[in-house]
Design a protein around this ligand. Structure first.
Ligand SMILES: N[C@@H](CCC(=O)N[C@@H](CS)C(=O)NCC(=O)O)C(=O)O
Length: 228
């Protein structure tokens, strides 16, 4: 059996972790079935078998892998059909893309999403989320949240993606690949929480719809939190 341990909100269908979405998208791309194991932040004990405390964790029979990028690498090694990453050179470039994305996208989105995340959590998770994030930010969630600034920062960060996607359908070229899923995970994060901080008719917007349609063709409709 193949199982993906991931993060859920108040409803078990609300899957909002960007790193878990990377893996969902990659598994769907390879046509690999899996059982989702949605956990709350406070269900960490259930991850003990993986020897660490973060999701995503993939358990594939006897093999346990954590960290989204490591899981993509593992999937390519174990299931080489429909590659996600490619050769050694491609792997090191993907790492570069991942680092660039990590420094520009999540912080911008977090300023937009943080209060929505808090409101979408199971009540048993809310105190943990507030305490851990306020410690990380060095301020209250309310002080950190700034939807307008987050949108603006995200829009700026999208510019290189917009320019590239105006020339080619996927970040990885003519067909989707690891870069699309690594970056796409952040878009699914916003989307699931009921936000869409990109223009529907932009090249990025068209790319996202294509990514969503490809995923939904395999796994059915993505659950979205209702906008308050
Ligand atoms: N570099 C890791 C990041 C994983 C990560 O930060 N996961 C978050 C969910 S988005 C988590 O498990 N957080 C648990 C917590 O904050 O207690 C990856 O790419 O998988």
């Amino acid at each position: 059996m193949r199982e993906l341990f991931e993060l859920r909100g108040r409803e078990p269908e609300l899957l909002f972790s960007p790193y878990c979405w990377r893996v969902r998208l990659a598994l769907a791309h390879k046509g690999l079935d899996f059982v989702g194991r949605p956990l709350r932040f406070t269900d960490k004990a259930e991850l003990a078998f993986s020897g660490q405390q973060l999701v995503p964790v993939l358990r594939d029979g006897e093999t346990v892998v954590h960290d989204s990028l490591a899981i993509l690498r593992y999937l390519d090694e174990r299931y080489p059909e429909r590659p996600l990453i490619g050769d050694e050179l491609a792997a090191s470039r993907l790492l570069l893309i991942e680092r660039f994305a990590q420094f520009s996208l999540p912080l911008a989105l977090l300023r937009l999403l943080v209060l929505r995340i808090h409101a979408s959590l199971d009540p048993v998770d809310q105190a943990y989320f507030r305490q851990s994030r306020e410690q990380r930010f060095g301020m209250s969630l309310e002080e950190f949240a700034d939807a307008g600034a987050g949108r603006e920062q995200f829009e700026q960060a999208l510019k290189p993606l917009e320019a590239l996607l105006a020339r080619q359908p996927w970040l990885d070229g003519a067909a989707p690949g690891g870069a699309d899923f690594l970056i796409g995970g952040f878009f699914f994060w916003a989307w699931c929480l009921g936000e869409q901080p990109w223009a529907e008719d932009s090249a990025v917007g068209v790319w996202f719809r294509r990514l969503l349609a490809g995923y939904e063709a395999h796994k059915g409709p993505v659950y979205r939190a209702v906008r308050p």
